[in-house]
Design a protein around this ligand. Structure first.
Ligand SMILES: Cc1ncc(COP(=O)(O)O)c(C=O)c1O
Length: 307
């Protein structure tokens, strides 16, 4: 779903204690979030007026905030959640992508002692979109396996959701040069990791596998693993090689921005049967059905629009 005026042109944001149109949201260039990618974030979606798995996103956010030591943020999880409700309510959106970011902030002096920064909270709600374009969906997405490797988890912890993504940027240009748009990265040992904005699954010998290290612990990944269990499909985290991915029976991507997204081609060759397979289709259908389940959803407090 493309936004008519372009990415970020509509929606409501929040920064430094104030709500404003998303297009007006700006951070100072002296914020270490800009200069050092010293930030972390989370992204949750709203579907038919309800957050999906908000509690799980808040829990992951809380872990990121403490891992990165954003101690001076000044907002607890309940306050952050209310700000997210406030963004969605003010934007009047029924289907939205909602981002919330902590940046280190601006240090006191040019030596940039990070302990002198006041951390900054930024949030916004924008119309829902998918990390891969609907118009590319066809029978399933095309992906390429990049030469660029994923940043090692020992250097940047990928379980803290972050925008330190120059590996993905380099890999994206590799993909564009190969007439592709979406790319999955391997780690330095040759195992599959993830793409920019998604985890990946492969059905191999009837077992549903997703990489066990060097990746974000996606909330959609968790949902897919749970749903596979309900379907009596053995599902677990594991090492997957590029060769195993290419010859898998089914492959799909998982993300809050798009849900369960089948892959049909890898490196320009038909893969995963060339069309969404039965396991992918069942998990996708059940994933969207969960969006009506009160156990997984939180209605938006639209009355906050008036506040
Ligand atoms: C690098 C990366 N991996 C995986 C995911 C999927 O995570 P989730 O299912 O929580 O949206 C994302 C989401 O943005 C991501 O950025």
């Amino acid at each position: 779903m493309a936004q008519p005026g372009g990415y970020g042109s509509s929606g409501i944001g929040f920064i430094d204690g104030e709500f404003m149109p998303l297009a007006e949201l700006k951070i100072p260039v002296t914020d270490m979030g800009f200069q050092l990618s010293d930030m972390c974030y989370d992204a949750v979606h709203v579907w038919n007026g309800k957050f999906f798995r908000l509690g799980d996103h808040m829990e992951r956010w809380g872990r990121s905030i403490s891992a990165r030591r954003y101690d001076s943020l000044g907002y607890d999880n309940d306050q952050v959640a209310d700000i997210l409700h406030g963004c969605v309510a003010r934007a009047g959106l029924q289907k939205a992508m909602v981002f919330f970011i902590a940046t280190r902030g601006t240090p006191a002096t040019g030596q940039k002692d990070l302990r002198t920064c006041k951390n900054r909270l930024i949030a916004w709600a924008a119309p829902f979109y998918s990390v891969v374009a609907d118009e590319d969906a066809g029978n399933g997405y095309d992906i390429v396996i990049a030469e660029t490797i994923r940043i090692a988890p020992e250097a940047v912890d990928p379980t803290v959701k972050n925008f330190g993504r120059l590996d993905f940027v380099r890999a994206s240009f590799e993909a564009y040069d190969r007439d592709a748009r979406y790319t999955v990265l391997l780690d330095r040992d040759g195992y599959v990791t993830e793409g920019r904005g998604w985890n990946i699954f492969a059905l191999i010998d009837g077992k549903l596998l997703s990489p066990d290290r060097g990746v974000l612990e996606g909330i959609t990944r968790r949902t897919a693993l749970e749903l596979a269990g309900q379907l009596n499909i053995e599902a677990r985290l594991a090492r997957i090689t590029a060769g195993e991915l290419r010859s898998a029976e089914e492959v799909f991507l998982s993300s809050t921005a798009g849900g369960i997204m089948p892959v049909a081609r890898i490196d320009g060759h038909a893969a995963a049967g060339g069309a969404p397979g039965p396991v992918t289709r069942q998990i996708k259908d059940r994933y969207w059905a969960l969006h009506d389940d009160p156990a997984y959803t939180t209605p938006i407090k639209y009355n906050l629009a008036a506040a």
